[in-house]
Ligand binder design. Structure first.
Ligand code: HC0
Ligand code: SF4
Length: 572
């Protein structure tokens, strides 16, 4: 421990702390725009300036290590003025159209202007630079960028990718993919982690809200919606609820009030995926197929392996993701069942993910019935629609989703957390191999936030070895083991985002202060595990509605029809 003084207050902190961390530990929230705990520590924004008694000049507290007995001043006139001057420089290059900005009220720059008391400062920008909205998922507005570098750090250090960098100099400096390429041309996987790290609206999702309003107003269209597992664990945050609040049944009501004709749940398709994927796994084990088999439901992950490790694509399950399986089933079986023309069904999904927009737009995700999914909204976009419709979300009466595609088991719910797909798969595969209903179904070894998790499950005379990775940098480690022939697993789950979908690039913004205070991923995952524990059915193969889909339409898992509608192939 090291003992220092901050504004006259004695404080003891671990010796590897920075002055910023020491100050925050006693409730002095020194302002920063570039610092992001565990991700970015560059001092680039120069907002966190402090004085050290006996030393000249101001120093950036986020990069300054504590020293025994140092005396720190955090709020002298000199510091306050320097911060304001730095802010003025940032604002001189920032399009401050706050009232009409999608980050209005959740922007860190806006909040800091208020905190610093930047009243009466004239904000004028010279010429606006072009906005890049060429990719299906991500919009980059250089006029909102404050060059904090968080996006660069997340992409490189957390995801292990490194698509973004600074280009040009002086006033022309921009952060963008190499050669000014679009995110699509660049090897970006659309995970959206850079969006979540951005303090302003320089990086945002490509909105499909207008498209969805238009469909809802079109009397000729039958508009159906599915909601992903992780959305329910975070949507409430947009309406002031604590992180980790599950809002499943209010969410259904809000969707009904927005005018969707049927409310379905991606959890249903998650159960369906387990039957297809579990069958594929058992088939590969039996017939000596490519092992380990790797999950295919996270589109950021699929784009990652397609771009960066295409030699290993044979390991990936041929199953479409639950989003696409649901879309496909709705435009075929559901259309038939209800005498609807598939071309008149408009299928919307609400996802915690930006890459799902790309997935839905892929050529291979369509058939004679048209596109599997016509529009994808992020959790944030759904919240915006709810606000625009003036719904008082917190006071909505809970209601249920529509049958039969709104019926799900606990196994479907936990898909949204890292390890959830694996746990759901084991629950089903173990029962099949054992030929009996196993009662102990909580597989703790695959839960939690360790980067790579491993487990072995002995069932029916076979020891099934599995691994789970979240975040592409962790996935890369497993891929390297496979390449070296050192991965003797049967099955691997990969999610592109750290923590899985609960921390997807389309989830509500969490400020750096909240990130430091709460374990956001754990709290959101907790909401899903709780819902799982409370459900009467917790294994995908016991979902009676999925069973009905097979008996009425698909035949059995892995059937010819299943392959036609529920499976896909990959691009090298
Ligand atoms: Fe996920 Fe999914 S679990 S990828 O994270 O498999 O986005 O929530 O919807 O499709 O179900 C995201 C979340 C999904 C899909 C499901 C899978
Ligand atoms: Fe990097 Fe993901 Fe952002 Fe693409 S979406 S730039 S891969 S962090």
């Amino acid at each position: 421990k090291v003992s220092i003084r901050i504004d006259g207050i004695r404080v003891e902190v671990p010796k590897d702390s920075t002055v910023l961390q020491a100050a925050r530990s006693i409730g002095i929230n020194i302002p920063t725009l570039c610092y992001l705990e565990g991700v970015n520590k560059t001092g680039a924004c120069r907002m966190c300036l402090v004085e050290i008694e006996g030393e000249r000049g101001l120093q950036t507290s986020c990069t300054l290590p504590v020293k025994e007995d140092m005396s720190v001043i955090t709020r002298s006139r000199r510091i306050r003025e320097a911060r304001k001057e730095n802010m003025q420089l940032i604002l001189a290059n920032h399009n401050s159209d706050c009232l009409s900005c999608s980050k209005n009220t959740s922007c860190e720059l806006q909040k800091m202007c208020e905190d610093l008391g930047m009243y009466g400062v004239l904000m004028r920008m010279q010429a606006l630079k072009p906005v890049d909205d060429r990719s299906p998922c991500i919009v980059r507005d250089p006029n909102k960028c404050i060059l904090c570098g968080r996006c660069i750090a997340v992409c490189k250090n957390v995801q292990g990718i490194g698509v973004l960098s600074m280009a040009e100099r002086g006033l022309d400096t921009e952060i963008l993919p190499a050669f000014g390429n679009s995110f699509e041309e660049a090897p970006c996987i659309f995970c959206g982690q850079c969006i979540n790290a951005c303090p302003t609206a320089a990086l945002t999702e490509k909105s499909e809200i207008d498209k969805v309003w238009e469909a809802l107003e079109d009397k000729d269209l039958h508009v159906v919606v599915q909601v992903a597992p992780a959305v329910r664990a975070a949507l409430g945050e947009e309406f002031g609820m604590p992180i980790g609040t599950s809002v499943t049944r209010q969410m259904y009501t809000s969707l009904r009030m927005l005018g969707f004709d049927k409310i379905f749940d991606t959890n249903f398709a998650a159960d369906l995926t387990i039957l297809e994927e579990g069958t594929e796994l058992l088939e590969r084990i039996k017939s000596g197929g490519k092992l380990p088999m790797i999950t295919s439901c996270s589109p950021g992950w699929i784009r990652y392996i397609e771009i960066y490790h295409s030699d290993l694509l044979e390991h990936v399950s041929s199953c479409k993701s639950p989003q696409q399986m649901m879309g496909s089933v709705l435009k075929t079986y559901y259309a038939q069942l209800n005498g609807l023309d598939p071309k008149k069904i408009f299928s919307v999904s609400v996802m915690p993910c930006t890459a799902k927009k790309y997935e839905a737009s892929k050529e291979e995700m369509a058939g004679d019935h048209g596109r599997d999914v016509d529009a994808v909204l992020t959790t944030r976009e759904l919240a915006r629609m709810i606000k625009e419709a003036s719904l008082d979300f917190a006071s909505l009466e809970p209601s249920d989703a529509d049958e039969i595609f709104g019926d799900y088991t606990g196994a479907g719910v936990i898909f949204g957390a890292t390890g959830g797909v694996m746990e759901a798969a084991i629950r089903t595969v173990a029962d099949i191999l054992e030929g009996a209903e196993i009662e102990d179904i909580e597989y703790e070894a695959v839960r939690g936030l360790e980067g790579v998790k491993e487990a072995s499950v002995a069932v029916g005379g076979l020891t099934v070895k599995v691994a789970v990775a979240h975040g592409t940098d962790n996935a890369r480690k497993l891929l390297e083991l496979i390449r070296e022939g050192k991965a003797d697993y049967h099955f691997i789950e990969v999610m592109a985002c750290p923590g899985g979908c609960v921390n997807g690039g389309g989830q509500p913004y969490v400020s750096p202060f909240e990130r430091e205070k709460f374990n956001v991923m754990q709290l959101r995952a907790g909401a899903l595990y709780k819902e799982d524990a409370e459900l009467p059915l917790r294994k995908s193969h016991l979902n009676p509605s999925v069973q009905k889909l097979y008996s009425d339409f698909l035949g059995k898992p892995g059937s010819h029809k299943s392959h036609e509608f529920l499976h896909t192939s990959y691009r090298k």
